[in-house]
Every structure is written in structure tokens, then in C-alpha cells.
Ligand binder design. Structure first.
Ligand code: PLP
Length: 420
């Protein structure tokens, strides 16, 4: 842990297949060793590391292709895992409160495809709608509006200092465009702060403005499962939310990126074309889809169940709370939203990051994320490094006596104060 990091050039040489004597197994061993060496200090990106997937890794020995609609069709032959995918979709649909007789979804390649599948439905329903989302929305949302040909309909909404949608601004914007249908993309777990946009308030604003042609999608890539378990994010007839996208490699830490899109079956206009040669219904964004991804998610669900995942979320939140406490105790500004795994902190001095800590950084503001599997021990080691650098620094201790200055710099993106 305290050994100096291996220089990047040494790793590059070790994985260069053109060098003599390299075989692919050796290269893979090196790649894994490189990732393992960095893992302890990799606390900035949201991937759980506590679930053991080795019992199902044999499924990677052959191709399993879940082409086509997961619920309404089955690929020919047996080189697929659609039965398990169906179980996954139903498990998520139950979790998010979709009625048994009116649900649709599938296992996607990740959060982006899940968002795209949902927004495709929204656009089909309301082709002339304006698409509202906040500056804090994930970059995939803007890209998707481009792919769907509705980039010119985008209306960007301000975010508040803690990353949540500014509802006053949304109200103003919707009021200005009350003659247009609205697609609103809320985020449940924004990338930087893990803020959760309030869909009840969004619904209220649309009601106030008399917008009946509406579609509310929630990008819940990060926080979807944990909030659904808490009963705070639901689909179904009593919910303002029309669709949800969530991720598999974040909270579940699947070793392959994947996600799940969910909505009421009745929300969809297009039922999909039957493709004769695959004997499936074409309703998904991707054609061929990874049968392995479905198996991995199924394994995570099967091994833990709702209670197990509730426990994982609670334990991870406790580590996040601990991190806020430890950082605050050394005078370094840090906070988190109530249920978040994400701890937002003023960007530490470069000397801390040079010790190998991989935080996610956005100017003067950074975050660490205590996804399941990140330990208090790692938090302690990070805080100890930060404290040591602060003790040695001639610049930063002054800032520590004025934490409100550091924090203002962090919120306003004033890099200069924190960079030394
Ligand atoms: C809020 C949010 N939405 C969407 C995505 C995109 O997910 P993916 O990278 O799996 O496509 C992410 C990923 O970081 C995210 O945090």
C-alpha cells in the first residue's frame, strides 16, 4: 500500500503484445495486477467490489446471445440466457413497484443504453416535446437527445449548489413553454454529488403549468436500487415516474458493464417488429445482447435478495458517513446527501492525489464514493494521507483555519485556492 506506484511506462511495456515472449494469459495477468495494485486507492468511481462473481464465470466460456425482447420473445436454440434475464427484469420490476400485468424492460449494455431506450419511448410518445434536464444530468442524456434527433428541443435547467435540480428555474422554463409537451429527465444520484431530483415536485410543476402531455424519466444509474429498496423511487400507476434506467456495474459491481431499463408496458407505442431469422421481437436498442450480463445480475439478485442488498446499501452509507466525519475532524470540508454513497469534498492538494488516490475531480470539488466493499480502513488511509500533506504544507493550513473559504472555492470551481 505504501510502496511507490509502478510507473505507467512499466505497465505499458508489460502489456505490449508486440514484445517477444508475450502471450495473452501473461498480458491479462499483468492487467489484473495493475488493476489490483490500484484498487485500494480507487475510491472515486462508483463500482461495488464486494460481490463474488466467480461461481458464474464459467458462462464466459461460450457465446450467450439474448437477442430480442427479453419478456416477449426467446431466441432460437439454447445459446442464450433469456430465462434468467426475464427473472432479472421481473425482480427489478417488483422492486420498483411495476404491476405484474404491465411491465417492460431488459438488460442493457449500461446506463446509457437504458436511458436511450427510455427516452426513445418518450420521444415516440411526444415527438414535439421539449426535453428538460439539469446541468447536473449525466453527459449521456445530452448525447442521447442528439442521437434521437431532438437536441434542438433541449431545455437546460439550473442545478443548486448541492447538485439538485433548481425547481424554481424549472417552473419558469415550463411556464414559458406551456404550449409544448414535456419530457423531463430527473436524476437519482447525480454523477458529482449523488443528488436526487424530486419527481413529486417536478410533477407538481407540470400540473401547475397544465402540461398533460408529459413523460418523466429517472436516470437512476447509480442510486436506483438503494432508493427503490427504501421505497423512495417507484414506477407504477401511483408514481409520477414513467421510466427508470439503472446500472448493473455500479451498485452490483458486475464485472461486465450492464444496466436495466424499466417502464410500464402500456407506456410504449411501438411493440417491435418480428424478425424472422432470429425468431424474436426487435424492441431493444442493441440487437445482439450479452447473455452473460443477465447471468451476472441474476447471480447478484439470487445470492443477496432484497434484504441482502438493503444491508449492503446501509453498510456502504455508514462508511460514507464515517468518511464525512473523519474529513470534517481534520478540518477538511466534506458533506454528503442523506442517503448517498458519495462524499463531496474540496479537491485535496495535488500531493495527496500524487500518492495514488483516485478521486473523481471536477475543478475545486471532488468526490469519493464508498460503494459496497470500500472499507473504513481505506477511508482512514486516505484521511491520514491528507492530514499528513496538510501538516507539511505552508499554504493549506491557512485554508484549514478558514474552511468556509475552501468550501466556497469548491462550490464556485475556483481551482487556484486548492491546487497547491
Ligand atoms: C447518473 C448516470 N447516468 C448514466 C450513466 C451512464 O452509464 P454507463 O456509463 O453505464 O453507460 C452514469 C455513469 O456513470 C451515471 O452516473
Amino acid at each position: 500500500m505504501d510502496q511507490p506506484p509502478i510507473p505507467a511506462a512499466a505497465w505499458d511495456a508489460a502489456i505490449d503484445l508486440r514484445l517477444p515472449g508475450r502471450d495473452s494469459a501473461a498480458v491479462i495477468r499483468t492487467l489484473r495486477a495493475r488493476a489490483a495494485a490500484a484498487r485500494y486507492k480507487d475510491i472515486g468511481f462508483p463500482a461495488a467490489i464486494d460481490i463474488d462473481y466467480t461461481p458464474v464465470l464459467d458462462v464466459f466460456r461460450e457465446l450467450y446471445n439474448n437477442v430480442g425482447d427479453a419478456l416477449a420473445s426467446t431466441p432460437q436454440g439454447f445459446a442464450h440466457t433469456v430465462e434468467l434475464e426475464r427473472q432479472v427484469v421481473h425482480w427489478f420490476a417488483d422492486l420498483f413497484g411495476l404491476p405484474a400485468g404491465d411491465r417492460w424492460g431488459y438488460v442493457t449494455t449500461g446506463g446509457t443504453e437504458a436511458n436511450q431506450a427510455a427516452l426513445l419511448t418518450a420521444r415516440r410518445r411526444f415527438p414535439d416535446a421539449l426535453v428538460y434536464f439539469s446541468h447536473a444530468a449525466h453527459y449521456s442524456i445530452e448525447k442521447i437527445t442528439d442521437i434521437l434527433g431532438v437536441a434542438t428541443n433541449v431545455v437546460l435547467v439550473d442545478e443548486d449548489a448541492r447538485g439538485e435540480m433548481d425547481y424554481g428555474h424549472l417552473h419558469q422554463l415550463v411556464t414559458r413553454h406551456r404550449d409544448r409537451p414535456a419530457i423531463v429527465v430527473a436524476t437519482a444520484g447525480t454523477t458529482m454529488c449523488e443528488a436526487v431530483d424530486d419527481t413529486t415536485r417536478i410533477q407538481q410543476i407540470l400540473d401547475d403549468c397544465g402540461i398533460t402531455q408529459r413523460f418523466i424519466h429517472v436516470d437512476a444509474a447509480l442510486a436506483g436500487t438503494a432508493l427503490a429498496i427504501d421505497g423512495l423511487l417507484q414506477l407504477g400507476p401511483d408514481s409520477p415516474v414513467n421510466s427508470v434506467a439503472t446500472s448493473g456495474h455500479k451498485f452490483y459491481g458486475t464485472p461486465v458493464s450492464c444496466g436495466v431499463v424499466l417502464m410500464a408496458d402500456s407506456a410504449r407505442l411501438a411493440r417491435g417488429r418480428h424478425v424472422a431469422y432470429t425468431a424474436t421481437l426487435d424492441t431493444t436498442i442493441a440487437g445482439s445482447r450479452s447473455g452473460q450480463a443477465a447471468v451476472l445480475l441474476w447471480h447478484a439478485i439470487n445470492e443477496y435478495g432484497v434484504d441482502g442488498h438493503r444491508h449492503r446499501a446501509a453498510a456502504a452509507r455508514a462508511v460514507a458517513e464515517y468518511a464525512v466525519h473523519r474529513l470534517t475532524m481534520i478540518g477538511w470540508p466534506a458533506w454528503r446527501h442523506e442517503r448517498a454513497f458519495t462524499v463531496v469534498l474540496a479537491t485535496p492538494p495535488a500531493a495527496v492525489l500524487e500518492r495514488g488516490w483516485n478521486l473523481s475531480r471536477d475543478g475545486a470539488r471532488s468526490h469519493l464514493i464508498t460503494m459496497p466493499g470500500i472499507t473504513m480502513d481505506q477511508v482512514d488511509a486516505f484521511v491520514a494521507d491528507l492530514a499528513e500533506v496538510l501538516e507539511r504544507s505552508t499554504v493549506v493550513p491557512r485554508q484549514r483555519r478558514r474552511p468556509e473559504l475552501v468550501w466556497r472555492a469548491a462550490v464556485n470551481g475556483e481551482d487556484s485556492l486548492l491546487a497547491q
